[in-house]
Every structure is written in structure tokens, then in C-alpha cells.
Design a protein around this ligand. Sequence first.
Ligand code: EPU
Length: 418
Amino acid sequence: MERLIIKGGNSLNGTVDINGAKNAAVAIIPAAIMASEGICVIDNIPDIEDVHCLERIIEELGAGLKINKNSIEIDSTSITRTAACTEDVRRMRASYYLIGALLARFKEAKVELPGGCPIGVRPIDQHIKGFEALGATVTIEHGAANVKADKLVGANIFFDVVSVGATINVMLAATMAEGVTTLENVAKEPHVVDVANFLNSMGANIRGAGTDIIKIKGVKSLKGCAYSVIPDQIEAGTFMIAAAACGGDVTITNIIPKHMESISAKLIEAGVEVVEGDDSIRVISAGKLKGVNVKTTPYPGFPTDVQQPMTAMLCVASGRSIITESIWESRFKHLDELKKMGASAKVEGRIAILEGVEKLTGAVVKATDLRAGAAMVIAGMMADGETEIYNIEHIDRGYPHIEDKFRSLGADIRRIND
Ligand code: EPU
């Protein structure tokens, strides 16, 4: 069984390059199947399992793929199948973007309902509400969404909750609807903007991504383009927190510092020095941290996907830290694992109360989900002694070569497969 073994106690020093954003790439790859002519050449694609899963899924639909080191060429002109019902589709969350993409291009889609991290109930009612408003009929049968329309017509849609997935999925579907679609109360995450920019490069007419209202003027068809995925805000945040937690001096490059502001602000509050460059951030930490309160909110607030790494760091920050998780109802499973390492934590619903301890100690633990896995890696690097992390397939879904990157900064971390 594959696992990570970490000998804790080393400080982190040096430079680490951040890869393309997972949550942008996993939407851009399905969006590429909307091109009925030309080829999409997409650069800065992260080498992670969720991306490989999507590559297999769109190949199965009939797309031609050329996979290079950090880029892919997607020829979608040959796609004829509109049903995606494989184990890969069920395994990952972002496969739901196939619904919006297939509906836009073929006016029909049958897609098995998605899996993803066990972090709470993950409904898709807002996606369905958007597809129906555009004129589609949606039925859920035998675990799959069946979506069909004679034609799609632009509409005004006000989302009941701010949802990254619904914003992107309905934006995909509306790209080739007749007339104008207005989406209100949308998500403003950097990856939402990136997907809109990608669609515009393919010939779509989308304005307002990054604000509360997105306006989409339907176009007849989309064609291939060349595009580079934005850097991963969450991977960058994870490395910033790791540097702060372990102590040291780490420069995180190939990032957009603006995307990191909520994380930088919290690290500064915790007593860490954060220096912004044009496309980099340097984190300097003596490893002596103060407890802070953190509340996760949609962008530009503190990202829920960084909450778990941040919690690991705060386990050893002096005093009390109160963490409020306002996006997912069940994103504190990593605390049971951190407690095995000596953390003092109490969870009450969506609030976790941490009392900082002097140190964590190595233990055998598991990654309960993707970001929980990153939290355990950080905890292992901070702890006294050896930590073994199981279930690392979760980590591989979203962090490219995590052990190589941390090793290059001085961590004692290796992957064992026996
Ligand atoms: N929600 C609804 N109805 C919907 C959709 C969402 O009630 O139809 C609720 C959810 O239950 C949740 C909130 O709205 O409480 C936000 O959910 P959202 O739709 O924004 O989440 P998502 O699109 O399923 C993406 C990321 C997650 C990230 C969230 C929030 C992808 C593939 N996943 O999920 O990333 O936590 O946005 O930013 O983009 C991760 O990378 O580790 C991860 C879990």
C-alpha cells in the first residue's frame, strides 16, 4: 500500500514553483469538448489524478488527445457520444462539468452523478435550476443526470447559494444558448474567471466573471484555441502555510499574489513575515506562531480548501484559534487524525476550537480527503519523530508530486509502496 513517511523537524528553505490550478483545469478540460472545429492546446496543466481521470473520460467520449508534460492538445471535432457513465465519472466531482459542456454543444447529456471528497452533502440543485431555466429538461435516473433540450434560450438566473460548480456549469451551458443569459449571485473564484477567459478564447462572449453578475451573449459555435491555466491558489496557499508552520524561508513562484491576499493576511496576523513580489511570495517564519481565528467564505474570503492545512499549522500556535467552516458541513475529519499527533481540538458543528500545544508528535494517520491529506503532510513535517500517512490517493488527486516538492525545500519525506 502506498504511503508517505515523514521525519519531522526540518525547516523549509528555498524556492518552489506552483503548478496550474486543479479547479480551473478540471473545468477547462470538459469545456474544451465544446469546440466543434480546431484543436485546444492547453498549457500549465497540473500532473494530478483528477486531470488524468478527465483525460480518460473525454477520450472515451471520442476526443483525440495528445498529452505532453504540462500541456494537452484536445481535438474534440470527432466527439459523437453524449453519455459519460464510467467509473472515472463517478469517482470525481468535476465530471459534472460534462453536463453543461455536452448540453451546450449537443443539446443532450447523460452523465453519472459525481463523487469527490467526503466533506459534506454536495447537492447540484443550483446546476439543475440553471439548466432548466435555459430550457432543458433534467431527470435523475439510475444514478445519472439525463439532460435534454430542443434548444437553449438565454435567461436571468439568480443562484440561491454562491456555488463555484453551478456558476461554471451553467455558464458552459449558456455559452451557445440563443440570446443573453444573466447569472446573478455567482462565485468569483479565480478559477471561475479562468474558465470564462478560456471560453472567450474559444469564441464565446462572456462578461463580468470575477464580479457578482456574469452576462453571456450566446454564440453559434466555439473553436479550438491556445490557453494557459492560471496558477493554483490552493497549492500556493498550502506551501505558504507549510513554510510558516515548519519555519524557514520559502519563495513560492509562478503565482498571482492578489489571489493569495486572504491567506497572506492570516499568516501575518499569526506572526509570519510575508513579502509579495510580482509573481511570487516569500514566507519567512521563525516557527513561533500566534493563534488566530479563521472563517472560510467564498472568494475573496479565506478559501475553504486551505482551511485544513491552516488548521494543522494552528495546532501549535500559542493560545486559542477558532475556525469556522461556512462552506462545507463536514470538513474537520482531519482533526481526529491531528489529535493522534497530540493536537488539542474540539469540534462543535461547523466550528473547531484549537488550543495550541507545544509540539505535535509523529503517528500513523490517514488522509481522509484531499486537503486533509495536505494538512497531515504539514503536521508530519512539524512533528517530532516519524509520521506515516495512509490513503494518499486523495492527495494525488490534487497535489502534483507533493513529496518531491517538499523534499526540494528540505523536508525529510518519501513515498513507500509495498
Ligand atoms: N451548493 C448547493 N447547491 C448546489 C451547489 C452547491 O447547495 O447546486 C452548496 C454546497 O453544498 C456548498 C456550497 O454551495 O455548501 C458551495 O459549493 P460549490 O458548488 O461552490 O462547491 P463545488 O463546486 O462542488 C468547488 C471545488 C471545491 C471547493 C468549493 C468551494 C471543484 C472541482 N471543487 O466545489 O474544491 O471546496 O468549490 O470553493 O472546483 C478541493 O479542491 O479540495 C475542493 C473540495
